[in-house]
Write a protein that binds this ligand. Structure first.
Ligand code: C5P
Length: 449
């Protein structure tokens, strides 16, 4: 079935060889394996797949979770482990990152495996001791058709670990690739369903995802976020008016229908009635699990996120608490945020760990940029939507302009980020505004021709 995704037999064979070579490399490695993964839900899900795989292969490993990879992080992590002669017997596995640094890893003489779905700078599957398994090399769109955890799962399934498909589903949801699942994501989803690791797909109200009293589920929901129901009193009033006990955890039948009708005046029904993916995990709703992992990562508690993914009861308890506090923070910020508008973009100042999420929620008719300050730098998160992408938007290209201002940036066309020295913020924003304007006009012109 997987073969059908590839353009031709040759590309499929190249995929098979890449996966087999990487598995062989991992199986044959005798020393420590250092796994370095991204701090978002997709990165944590990727980390969970890889370490479960390494447990089962009886390997020694160490996992680190980082906000993003830079030349400095790379040399900090890797030089520390070098022996006196400059060599190292460590195998590094980079998940959800690394494809922008393949050349540098080669220069550093690393033994490394890159598992990524961001556009790569080099389209090789191996240079010296650096292996690369990246979706784009195989003509698979890493922004829409597969997440990093999907890439990691494609390795795991080769060893028969089909149960790990649940984390590929969670990671894809975290990267907003689920509406709908297409391409390789759909193949993985169907595989999980076939082997019953994905138990069911339910059309249900989004609030039933969480094991929380219904009033809390509504209050903390940012997908959808209903401004008019941004406080406990208004929610309880509405629930009582339609005869629903606010402390009820799961709504069914007539009660569920009544809530949907009552909320229709605020948001479209399609935002409240969603597909719920019920997986074999202690947190059985894949969307809820991805939200908990995301909150843990953004709160610098990625290790708790890994514990949640591995099913540790204590981590699940802490993770749920982190999730609620994180959501409370987002809801409070949404009430106060000020949007600034340039010709083609909007921007706002927010808090560490929340700007990406906030940017998705505040997105209106043009790309949006969230900014927060950290140690002499501004960290940037930018977000677009499908409509803007169809009009030519490529945020990855726009953010990579940060390198002209002494910073770095990249990501996907729809969600990207950057880091720039503080003094250049204004100039950077003006440049991004100009680039985004050109991207959209260019496409409009191309369409007319
Ligand atoms: O941090 P945020 O969620 O906004 O990142 C969005 C995307 O941009 C991620 O895929 C991340 O890896 C990428 N990014 C990057 N360089 C940065 C910041 C983010 O490539 N400096």
């Amino acid at each position: 079935m997987i073969a059908s995704i590839f353009k031709d037999e040759e590309l499929y064979l190249r995929y098979k060889n890449t996966v087999e070579d990487i598995i062989k490399r991992i199986k044959g490695h005798e020393g420590l394996i250092r796994v370095i993964t991204h701090y978002d839900a997709d990165g944590i899900s990727s980390g969970a797949i890889i370490i479960k795989m390494l447990y089962r292969l009886n390997k020694d490993f160490h996992l680190s979770i980082v906000e993003h990879l830079s030349e400095k992080t790379l040399s900090d992590i890797c030089n520390k482990n070098k022996g006196q002669n400059g060599s190292s017997d460590i195998l590094y596995i980079f998940c959800d990152m690394g494809s922008s640094y393949m050349d540098i890893m080669v220069e550093m003489g690393l033994n490394a495996i890159i598992l990524d779905h961001h556009p790569p700078t080099m389209k090789y599957t191996k240079i010296e001791n650096v292996y690369q398994f990246n979706a784009h090399i195989f003509n698979i769109d890493g922004a829409k058709e597969i997440s990093a955890s999907g890439i990691c799962y494609l390795l795991a399934r080769e060893l028969g670990y089909y149960d790990l498909s649940i984390f590929a589903i969670v990671g894809s949801i975290g990267d907003m690739q689920h509406d709908p699942f297409i391409g390789m994501n759909k193949i993985i989803l169907n595989e999980a369903r076939e082997y019953r690791h994905l138990r069911s797909i339910l059309k249900d109200i989004v609030y039933n995802c969480y094991d929380l009293p219904i009033w809390k589920s509504i209050l903390y929901s940012t997908c959808p976020y209903i401004k008019e129901l941004g406080n406990k009193e208004n929610i309880i009033k509405l629930l009582k008016e339609i005869g629903i006990d606010p402390n009820k955890i799961y709504l069914e039948g007539e009660e569920r229908d009544k809530l949907v009708s009552a909320l229709k005046k605020y948001v479209d029904e399609s935002q409240i009635v969603v597909d719920r993916y019920i997986i074999n995990h202690k947190i059985e709703d894949a969307f809820y699990l991805s939200e908990i992992l995301s909150a843990c990562g953004k709160r610098d508690m990625g290790s708790v996120g890994i514990g949640v993914a591995l099913g540790d009861e204590e981590c699940i308890r802490i993770g749920k608490d982190i999730y609620l506090k994180y959501k409370k923070d987002i809801i409070n910020q949404l009430k106060e945020i000020k949007l600034h508008r340039l010709n083609n973009i909007e921007y706002f100042f927010g808090k560490k760990g929340t700007i990406g999420h906030m940017a998705s929620l505040l997105l209106r008719d043009r790309p949006i940029i969230g900014i927060h300050e950290e140690e002499g730098y501004y960290k940037i998160s930018s977000r677009g939507n499908k409509n803007l992408i169809n009009r030519g938007l490529n945020l990855s290209e726009a953010m990579s302009i940060a390198s002209e201002f002494g910073g770095s940036g990249g990501g996907h066309n729809i969600a990207s980020g950057a880091k720039i020295p503080k003094i250049y913020l204004e100039a950077f924003l003006r440049r991004v505004d100009e680039i985004v304007g050109k991207q959209m006009k260019q496409i409009n012109k191309d369409t007319l021709n």
